[in-house]
Design a protein around this ligand. Structure first.
Ligand SMILES: Nc1ncnc2c1ncn2[C@@H]1O[C@H](COP(=O)(O)OP(=O)(O)OP(=O)(O)O)[C@@H](O)[C@H]1O
Ligand SMILES: [Mg+2]
Length: 240
């Protein structure tokens, strides 16, 4: 029997509007539909303001759609309370952001241990796991440094170690290389590629750079809140 691949993310007719200060609403996403299966590596591209982060925030259960259904691992999350959303996030998703979002006054090790706080693991296990994650990103010698003492690429590696500490099946990255030079950006992407290929972690990544997007196998291109391309990674970005 053919194995049916697990659906990780399923968006059906997702609309999102924000209230405007002077009254009325601004609609940002229009009937967005797509599924992402376990083990996929998807890049999301599109002009500034097209709705990429808005869509990612919904996928990451950081925000809810105005209408439509969103299923994460087969579970409808649109109706969950904020606490239930936080649980769903903490259980299965690792986040990586453009600005790293590290706690500046806490050590590298403390930052990586953060997602383990809610897991009820004994302290010794949390430390051991955080150290293992730092080893994976090549920063085991920097555990007692503060984030401010590291380069941009190193900070992003700490953020990735933090994202991995909770052993997520899904990584969501919003412009993970946006604050890095192209050499560091490529290093981070090599690492993502490895996580995807060797550990089967599903990755959804927003980027403005086609050279970065090309590490993914599938491209979703958004324009004015609508999908205008969804398919195999094209050879170049002409025609998008
Ligand atoms: N919390 C919010 N409240 C009101 N409007 C918002 C909010 N978040 C996003 N928007 C609006 O939604 C639109 C899309 O924003 P979004 O951040 O999703 O774009 P983006 O594609 O991620 O752009 P960029 O590439 O610049 O990051 C913008 O017009 C923005 O002003
Ligand atoms: Mg954005």
């Amino acid at each position: 029997m053919k194995k049916i691949q697990d659906t990780v993310i399923s968006l059906k007719k997702i609309n999102k509007s924000f209230p405007l200060e002077m009254g009325g609403v601004q609609q940002v996403l229009f009937d967005i539909n797509f599924d992402i299966k376990a083990g996929e590596f998807v890049a999301v591209m599109g002009p500034s303001g097209s709705g990429k982060s808005t869509c990612m925030n919904i996928i990451g259960a950081l925000d809810t759609p105005t209408s439509g259904t969103y299923e994460l691992y087969g579970r409808d999350v649109t109706g969950l309370t904020p606490d239930e959303l936080a649980m769903a996030r903490n259980e299965s998703i690792g986040f990586v952001f453009q600005q790293f979002n590290l706690l500046p006054k806490r050590s590298v090790l403390d930052n990586v241990m953060l997602p383990l706080m809610y897991r009820g693991l004994p302290m010794g296990d949390r430390i051991a796991r955080a150290r293992e994650m730092l080893r994976r990103v090549g920063l085991e010698k920097f555990e007692s440094y503060l984030p401010t003492q590291l380069s941009g690429g190193m900070k992003q590696r700490v953020a990735i170690a933090r994202a991995l500490a909770g052993e997520p099946k899904l990584i969501l990255a919003d412009e993970p290389t946006g604050a890095l030079d192209s050499k560091m950006g490529n290093e981070i992407l090599q690492f993502f590629k490895q996580l995807n290929q060797d550990m089967g972690i599903t990755i959804v990544m927003i980027t403005h750079e086609f050279d970065i997007a090309k590490y993914a196998n599938r491209l979703i291109h958004i324009r004015d809140g609508k999908i205008n391309y969804d398919g195999k990674m094209p050879r170049d970005d002409r025609g998008l």
